[in-house]
Design a protein around this ligand. Structure first.
Ligand code: 8YV
Length: 315
């Protein structure tokens, strides 16, 4: 039987590309110089889109594929997929939840530690000879025992909070309501009130139109000149303009960010700020987790074409 045609929006590691090419006719959108011409040529044959969390599939891409049946996302976030367009045409959407939760939580906690203890500057202090020339590295701020806020106690937020409990931190969280499993952690519905009582605020919300800029100037200023904002979700959850202004004026102490508006081309104002830790959207970026994500992406496509239930459907 002829292999199904799929549109591949972004590159995957070789260990995923090889089995993808064995099972499908993969049309590599990311390699096309003229995207519109590429879609016009291949779109009519395409029955599935394989994409990544940050790349998604927009309305124009979906419209260019009249035979589209399923979109498989390599990532837990599906905010970049036009779900309304999919619902209107009965197109299924899948993602890769669970397999990446622990790595994303690990990186968030690591970012807090690295930034609070000034480890990037400390590394430079050793390498550039400052230690020998100037002596002791400037004192930093402690992490253990301080107050952490988790905005969004879903799978990733829960794993972050569990790890923070290991640092004897006082943990509070915001969500649509209190969670039964969050014993000993304080529920604070209002993100501004959560930020006001927190030294560290983790943004772990699934992004949607409803959460856009949920972390705005009020939340940022409530976190304050001693506070740190850590974002391992999506840039759209934060008003980046308000964040940059607060970091520049000292209204916010510091930030540790894995995601940016327009990434990978981030706002150049970030690059000159000394009080921000910048990471290249790699919270799920370990060999183990990316292999599991690739397997799940393919399992969803394989199940769809075999007429079996989708392992991890979104819609
Ligand atoms: C990935 C992500 O970095 O899970 C998500 O939503 O954004 C990340 O895990 C991305 O999908 C890999 O390209």
């Amino acid at each position: 039987m002829d292999k199904p045609h799929i549109l591949q929006v972004g590159p995957y590691p070789e260990w995923d590309q090889t089995p993808i090419d064995a099972a499908f006719h993969a049309h590599r959108y990311f390699e096309a110089a003229d995207k519109a011409a590429f879609l016009a040529e291949h779109g009519p044959k395409v029955r599935a889109i394989a994409t990544r969390g940050e790349l998604g599939a927009n309305a124009a891409m979906i419209a260019a594929c009249p035979k589209l049946e399923v979109i498989s996302v390599y990532g837990v976030g599906f905010d970049a997929v036009d779900l309304d367009a999919c619902r209107a045409r009965g197109i299924r959407v899948t993602n890769t939840p669970d397999v990446l939760t622990n790595d994303v939580a690990d990186l968030g906690v690591a970012m807090m530690l690295v930034q609070s203890r000034g480890m990037i500057g400390a590394e430079t202090w050793v390498r550039d000879g400052s230690w020998a020339a100037k002596g002791l590295y400037p004192l930093q701020r402690k992490v253990w025992g301080r107050r952490a806020g988790v905005l969004g106690l879903g799978r990733i937020g829960y794993e972050v909070a569990k790890r923070l409990a290991g640092f004897d931190m006082e943990i509070a969280y915001s969500d649509i309501g209190p969670k039964d499993f969050a014993k000993g952690w304080e529920f604070i519905a209002d993100p501004v009130a959560l930020a006001a009582r927190s030294d560290f605020l983790f943004v772990t919300l699934a992004a949607s139109a409803a959460t856009r800029h949920i972390v705005g100037a009020k939340v940022i200023e409530a976190l304050g000149p001693e506070g740190m904002l850590i974002n391992i979700s999506r840039a759209s959850n934060i008003d980046e303009e308000a964040l940059l202004t607060a970091l520049e004026t000292g209204k916010l102490g510091s930030a540790a960010l894995d995601v940016f508006e327009g990434e990978p081309k981030l706002n150049p104002r970030f690059l000159s700020l000394p009080n921000v830790l910048l990471q290249p959207h790699h919270a799920s970026g370990t060999v183990e987790t990316r292999k599991a994500m690739g397997q799940l992406l393919r399992d969803n496509l394989t199940a769809h074409f075999a007429g079996k239930p989708l392992p991890t459907p979104v819609i």
